[in-house]
Design a protein around this ligand. Structure first.
Ligand SMILES: NC(=O)c1ccc[n+]([C@@H]2O[C@H](COP(=O)([O-])OP(=O)(O)OC[C@H]3O[C@@H](n4cnc5c(N)ncnc54)[C@H](O)[C@@H]3O)[C@@H](O)[C@H]2O)c1
Length: 326
């Protein structure tokens, strides 16, 4: 019997999918299929192409989903990462309904009819939380999810669907609520939090970054890509009974930082001489979404499951800047 563990990652041309593929491919027991609307490019740092397939599939098409799932005889794990980001969802409700709801639901249905049950890790978001809980204190495992945007609302609907399918024994899944993962390389995403990567990425490339908020005490919860990818693997390997069968969401580890902390870390890591590249240009819609997201959390489930945390904003920024030197 083959010992190869087949892993499917949707959203394979995005930010996190290729990084996760690169990490998994360090272990020869994994075979990774990366998929996106167009066949994803080869992830940075991957030389073992025999254990990697890059497949084009539009997940709004059930025939594309069926074809994708048939590319390997069985699946060890499926990471559901495809989707439309926060600003994109707010601007185009129909597209989010089609992709973040419809395509994800069709994929879950197809997975639930497979003969084996791969571990599903569904990328949700901290944007499922909302006022008054986000503005009035610490998020705990008991905090109700009260999103105020299409993005968080659609992720929460999928979480509820996953809870129910998992409870019925049709799938084996966790939904992971991601904080803002920073620093994202390349082009900015269509997220209201895109500037939290831009604040380092653009000045390090000699470009200006506009920051849509001006309150230096405003908090965001952030996480480095390295820690997020490590935690994805830990969730893939977590025992199914580490959460109740009908409660599968885990708020993934992040650190709470103010805009003032980001400026201080910027000075320390990127240098005072680049400060003039940071401009404040308030965008009320971005500010509304950002202010509705969590400011602090105790990450109870994440700690219990043994997930890892970043240390500081400077460490998160430094990892990106050091990566530019390689
Ligand atoms: N990056 C973050 O900070 C963050 C924070 C919270 C949640 N998340 C969630 O984590 C997941 C991964 O994040 P990311 O930053 O890598 O996302 P990303 O935006 O970089 O990539 C998403 C990918 O989904 C693909 N996609 C869109 N429609 C599709 C369709 N119909 N069929 C197939 N593919 C389609 C896009 O082409 C894109 O490459 C997303 O679901 C996101 O909502 C990310």
């Amino acid at each position: 019997m083959s010992t190869t563990k087949n892993i499917l990652i949707t959203g394979g041309s995005g930010f996190l999918g290729p990084m996760l593929a690169a990490k998994l491919l360090n272990d020869p027991s994994y075979h990774v299929v990366l998929t996106d609307l167009q066949a994803p490019p080869q992830p940075a740092g991957v030389s073992d192409t025999a254990s990697l397939e890059r497949v084009a599939a539009d997940l709004t098409s059930t025939s594309d989903i069926d074809h994708l799932l048939s590319t390997r005889p069985s699946w060890h794990a499926i990471f559901i990462f495809h989707g439309i980001m926060s600003v994109g969802c707010e601007e185009n409700l129909d597209l989010s309904t089609k992709v973040n709801l419809g395509a994800t639901q069709s994929l879950l249905k197809a997975i639930s009819s497979l003969s084996s049950k791969p571990r599903i890790v569904y990328a949700s978001t901290q944007a499922v939380y909302g006022p008054p809980y986000t503005t009035n204190g610490t998020i705990t495992d008991d905090t109700p999810a009260t999103p105020v945007g299409v993005y968080g609302t659609h992720k929460l609907i999928m979480e509820a669907h996953i809870n129910d399918l998992n409870r019925r024994g049709l799938i084996d899944a966790f939904a992971v609520r991601l904080p803002t993962v920073t620093v994202r390389p390349g082009a900015p995403s269509r997220s209201a939090a895109a500037w939290i990567s831009g604040i380092v990425r653009e000045p390090m490339a000699g470009l200006e970054c506009s920051i849509p908020i001006e309150d230096r005490s405003a908090r965001q919860v952030i996480c480095s890509p390295r820690v997020m990818i490590e935690n994805f693997v830990r969730v893939m390997n977590a025992p199914s009974d580490s959460m109740p069968a009908h409660i599968r969401a885990i708020y993934m580890p992040g650190i709470s930082v103010t805009l003032g902390d980001m400026y201080a870390a910027f000075e320390e890591v990127c240098g005072k001489e680049r400060l003039h590249l940071l401009k404040t240009e308030k965008v009320p819609e971005y500010e509304r979404l950002l202010n509705s997201w969590p400011q602090t959390s105790d990450f109870g489930n994440a700690r219990r499951i043994g997930l890892v945390f970043d240390e500081s904003c400077s460490q998160v920024f430094r990892e990106y800047v050091n990566g530019l030197k390689k």
